[in-house]
Design a protein around this ligand. Structure first.
Ligand SMILES: *Cc1c(COP(=O)(O)O)cnc(C)c1O
Length: 415
C-alpha cells in the first residue's frame, strides 16, 4: 500500500446526486451547473463530466480560459461564460460554440467583430445589473444595449440566447434586495422583448434563490455551491417550510480533505506550539502533526485567536481534535489530549459530516468565512482523488497503521 499524502477526495456520485436532486426541485426550469474556479476546488473537468452524466443541460464558467479548457476536455453541451477581459479574444469562444456574455455596448462590439471575423453567428447573452452592482449593464444603459444587440441580430451577427442577472442576498430570503432585484429583472426582460429580442433562457437564480425563491427560477437556474452538496443558506433552518417545496433537499457534500498524521508527540505543561507560541499546553498532552497548511489553502485563521475564538477541528481516531498553534505553510498541529494514535492515522479536516468529521461549514465558522471559500481555496495543492460513492472518510489513509476503514454506505451518499 502506497502512502496517501494529504488529499482531497471528491465523490462524483455525490455530485451526480446533487445535480439530479436540484434539477428535480427546480423543474421545469433547467439546471446550469457552475464549475468556475476549478469546480469550486473539486476539479472542473471531472465535475463537468459528472454534471453532464446527471443530465445538466448547461454549464457555467467565469473565464474564457475555463470555457476553452472544458471544450478541450471534450465537453460539447451548452456552456456560458461571463467574465472576459477588455481586449481578450472572443473568436475562439465563438468557434468553440460557447455562449458569451456582454455587459455593455463595448463588449457587444467585440462580440460583433468576432462574429464578422469568424463568419459565425455569436450566441450572446446580455447581463443586466439589477442591484448587485458588480457586473452587468446598468439599468440606465440597458435600452441602448438591447437595441444594439437587436440590430446585430437583424444583421445575422449574433443571436441573443439569454438575458440574465445575479442576486446580492438570496441566501437571506427576507432581504429586501430580493424582491427589488426580481422586479428590476422583470422590467429589463420586458424592455428586451420590446426591443425585439426573444431570449431562449432568462435566468436570475443562484443556488440559494433556486431553492428558496421559486418566483426567480425563470427558464434556468445557475447552481454552483449546491451542486457540490453545500447548503447555500445555512442560516435558513430546515423544516417543512424551509423552501417553497418543503424541507431542504438532501444534498451530499462531495469533498473530503484528509491526510495521515506524520508524527505524534508528548508535551509537558507550558510547552508552546508552532510559530510565536500562540498556544501553550496547559497540561501534559499529546499533539499530532497534520501535513496540511496554508500553502494547501487551509486558512491560517483556523487556529483559535487568529480568526475567531474557537479553533477549527480535525477528526482523528473517532474524536474531533482542535487545531493548536499557528497553521504553518505546510503543516498544522492538533491537540490529541493524551491519546497516541499511530503515525499514519487519518486526520480528516472536513467531509460530508456523517461520520463525526467536521464539515466545510464548521471550518468556515471557525475561520470567519463561508464554506464556498473553504472548499475552493483548499483545491489548489493537495492531490485530488476521485471516488464514486465510496466512503471518503477512512480511519487510516497511510500504510503502517491499523486498518479499520468505515464502510461506503455510511456516508449518507446517494443510494
Ligand atoms: C458563482 C456564480 C453563480 C453560482 O453561485 P452559487 O451561489 O454557488 O450557486 C451563479 N451565477 C454567477 C454569475 C456566479 O458568478
Amino acid at each position: 500500500m502506497t502512502l496517501a499524502r494529504a488529499e482531497i477526495v471528491v465523490d462524483l456520485a455525490a455530485i451526480r446526486h446533487n445535480v439530479t436532486t436540484l434539477a428535480e426541485r427546480v423543474a421545469p426550469a433547467l439546471m446550469m451547473t457552475v464549475v468556475k474556479a476549478d469546480g469550486y476546488g473539486h476539479g472542473m473537468v471531472e465535475v463537468a463530466r459528472a454534471a453532464r452524466e446527471a443530465g445538466a443541460p448547461w454549464l457555467g464558467v467565469a473565464t474564457p480560459d475555463e470555457a476553452l479548457a472544458l471544450r478541450a476536455a471534450g465537453d460539447v453541451g451548452r456552456l456560458l461564460c461571463w467574465l472576459s477581459l477588455p481586449g481578450e479574444a472572443v473568436a475562439p469562444l465563438l468557434e468553440a460554440d460557447v455562449d458569451v456574455t456582454a455587459y455593455d455596448v463595448v463588449e457587444l462590439a467585440a462580440v460583433v467583430d468576432a462574429a464578422r471575423a469568424t463568419g459565425r453567428t455569436a450566441r450572446l447573452q446580455l447581463k443586466v445589473d439589477t442591484g448587485l452592482h458588480r457586473g452587468g449593464s446598468t439599468v440606465a444603459d440597458w435600452p441602448a444595449l438591447v437595441a444594439a444587440a437587436r440590430a446585430a441580430e437583424v444583421d445575422g451577427l449574433v443571436r441573443v440566447t439569454g438575458v440574465w442577472s445575479h442576486f446580492a442576498a438570496a441566501e437571506d430570503p427576507d432581504h429586501p434586495a430580493n424582491d427589488a432585484q426580481e422586479q428590476v429583472f422583470r422590467a429589463a426582460l420586458a424592455a428586451a422583448e420590446e426591443a425585439g429580442l426573444a431570449p431562449e433562457v432568462r435566468h436570475l437564480a443562484n443556488s440559494a434563490a433556486a431553492l428558496l425563491r421559486s418566483s426567480a427560477r425563470f427558464d434556468l437556474v445557475r447552481c454552483g455551491i449546491a451542486s457540490y452538496g453545500i447548503d447555500p443558506a445555512p442560516d435558513v433552518p430546515d423544516g417543512p417550510d424551509a423552501t417553497p417545496e418543503g424541507p431542504k433537499p438532501g444534498l451530499v457534500p462531495a469533498m473530503t480533505v484528509q491526510a495521515p498524521l506524520v508524527l505524534v508527540k508528548a508535551l509537558a505543561p507550558g510547552d508552546g506550539v508552532s510559530y510565536g507560541h500562540t498556544w501553550t499546553a496547559d497540561r501534559a498532552t499529546t499533539v499530532g502533526l497534520v501535513p496540511l497548511g496554508y500553502g494547501d489553502g487551509v486558512p491560517r485563521h483556523a487556529a483559535a485567536g487568529v480568526g475567531s475564538d474557537a479553533a477549527a477541528e480535525v477528526l482523528v481516531d473517532g474524536r474531533r481534535r482542535p487545531v493548536r498553534g499557528r497553521v504553518c505553510m505546510d503543516q498544522l498541529m492538533v491537540d490529541l489530549d493524551g491519546d497516541t494514535p499511530p503515525a499514519g492515522t487519518a486526520a480528516v479536516l472536513f467531509g460530508p459530516g456523517g461520520q463525526g468529521e467536521p464539515t466545510a461549514l464548521d471550518w468556515a465558522r471557525a475561520c470567519g468565512t463561508i464554506d464556498y471559500e473553504i472548499v475552493t481555496r483548499v483545491g489548489a495543492r493537495p492531490r485530488r482523488r476521485y471516488v464514486d460513492g465510496a466512503a471518503p472518510v477512512a480511519s487510516v489513509v497511510a500504510s503502517g497503521a491499523t486498518t479499520g476503514a468505515t464502510s461506503a454506505s455510511t456516508v449518507g451518499g446517494p443510494a
